[in-house]
Design a protein around this ligand. Structure first.
Ligand SMILES: Nc1nc2c(ncn2[C@@H]2O[C@H](COP(=O)(O)OP(=O)(O)O)[C@@H](O)[C@H]2O)c(=O)[nH]1
Ligand SMILES: [Mg+2]
Length: 292
C-alpha cells in the first residue's frame, strides 16, 4: 500500500514551528499511545533541541495499559518526562501542569538568581494531525482560561492562553508530519485512522489489522464477532480464500452483511472491523512495542 500525506502543507508547518519554538520554554509533545513511535516525528529532537520536553501518550484510554507502562519506562530511560493521558476527559490536566513546572524548575531557579521573578513559563503543544492537540488544549485551558492577547514586541501576533499565573500556552499547536521511514509507520497511522481512508484500500488495511491482532491479541476478533477457528477453516476451503479474507467473510456472515445473492460483503466487514478497532470496541490495543 502506498501511504501519502500532503507534502505542500509540510514546509509551511515546519516554518511555523521553527518560528514559534523561539518563543517558548517547553514543548508538550503529544503522541498516540496506540502507536507511540509512528505517532511522533523524530525531527522534533532537532527542532526543539534547546527546549524542555514533556511527552504525552494521548488516547491512553484506547491503548493496552501494560504496553503503555513499557513505553513510559522507555521514554523515561531516554531522559524525558512522560505521562499517559486521555484528553477527552482531561483528568490529567493538573498533573500535566505540575510536570511542566517540574521540567522548567531549573529555568525558574536560574531566572530567580538573575532577579527575574514571575516570568511565566511558555509552552507549546506539538504533534501529528489527529493526535488530539486541540482536544488537549481545550481541556488544559478549561473554560475559565483567558486569552492574554498580544504582547507588543515579544510575542507579536501570537495568542497566549494563561494557565494560572506562572504558565502560558501558545494557542496554536505545532503540527508535525509523520515520518514515513518505512511502510510500517504509514500502515499503523492508517490503521488508527489518522489518514484519510478515501485513498486507502480498506479491505487490504483490514487484512493487515487481522494479521497484527492475531500476533498480539489473538482473542480480540474471535470474541468480538463470535468466530471459531472451524468456521474460518471451512470458509478457507469453500471459498478458496486466503486466511484473512476468510476471517472477513466470517465477520460478514456473523454480522449479517450480505451482498445480493447472499454473498458475504467482505468490504463492509472490513470497514466495520476498522471502525470497531479505532473506537476501542475490540478492547484496549497497542500496535507497537518499545525495543527491549
Ligand atoms: N479516545 C480518545 N479520543 C481522543 C483523545 N484525544 C482526542 N481524541 C479524539 O481524536 C480526534 C482528533 O482530535 P483533535 O483534537 O482534533 O486532534 P488534532 O488534529 O491534533 O487537533 C477527535 O475525534 C478527538 O475527540 C483521547 O485522549 N482519547
Ligand atoms: Mg486541531
Amino acid at each position: 500500500m502506498n501511504f501519502q500525506w500532503y507534502p505542500g502543507h509540510m514546509t509551511k508547518a515546519i516554518r511555523m514551528m521553527q518560528e514559534n519554538i523561539k518563543l517558548i520554554d517547553i514543548i508538550i509533545e503529544l503522541t498516540d499511545a496506540r502507536i507511540p513511535a509512528s505517532g511522533r516525528n523524530p525531527d522534533i529532537d532537532e527542532l526543539g533541541k534547546n527546549k524542555y520536553r514533556l511527552i504525552l501518550l494521548n488516547k491512553a484510554d484506547l491503548a493496552d495499559p501494560s504496553v503503555t507502562t513499557k513505553w513510559k519506562d522507555f521514554y523515561k530511560n531516554e531522559g524525558n518526562l512522560v505521562l499517559e493521558i486521555n484528553s477527552k476527559t482531561g483528568n490529567e490536566a493538573g498533573k500535566v501542569k505540575d510536570l511542566v513546572l517540574k521540567a522548567c524548575a531549573e529555568k525558574i531557579e536560574r531566572d530567580k538568581k538573575r532577579g527575574i521573578v514571575g516570568r511565566p513559563i511558555r509552552a507549546m503543544v506539538a504533534g501529528i494531525p489527529n493526535v488530539g492537540k486541540s482536544t488537549f488544549i481545550n481541556k488544559l485551558a478549561g473554560k475559565a482560561s483567558a486569552k492574554t492577547g498580544n504582547k507588543p514586541g515579544v510575542t507579536k501576533g501570537k495568542q497566549w492562553i494563561s494557565l494560572g499565573k506562572n504558565m502560558q500556552l501558545l494557542d496554536t499547536p505545532g503540527i508535525l508530519w509523520p515520518k514515513f521511514e518505512d511502510d510500517t509507520v504509514g500502515l499503523h497511522l492508517a490503521l488508527i485512522g489518522s489518514m484519510n481512508d478515501e485513498n486507502l484500500d480498506t479491505t487490504e488495511l483490514a487484512c493487515e489489522l487481522i494479521r497484527l491482532l492475531e500476533e498480539n491479541y489473538p482473542q480480540a476478533i474471535t470474541e468480538k464477532y463470535n468466530i471459531t477457528s472451524e468456521q474460518v477453516e471451512e470458509l478457507e476451503e469453500v471459498q478458496y480464500a486466503t486466511h484473512y479474507s476468510a476471517v472477513l467473510s466470517a465477520i460478514a456472515i456473523n454480522r449479517k452483511c450480505f451482498k445480493q445473492g447472499a454473498e458475504p460483503d467482505i468490504s463492509r466487514a472490513a470497514s466495520m472491523l476498522l471502525d470497531d478497532f479505532r473506537n476501542g470496541r475490540l478492547g484496549r490495543i497497542t500496535l507497537e512495542r518499545p525495543a527491549q
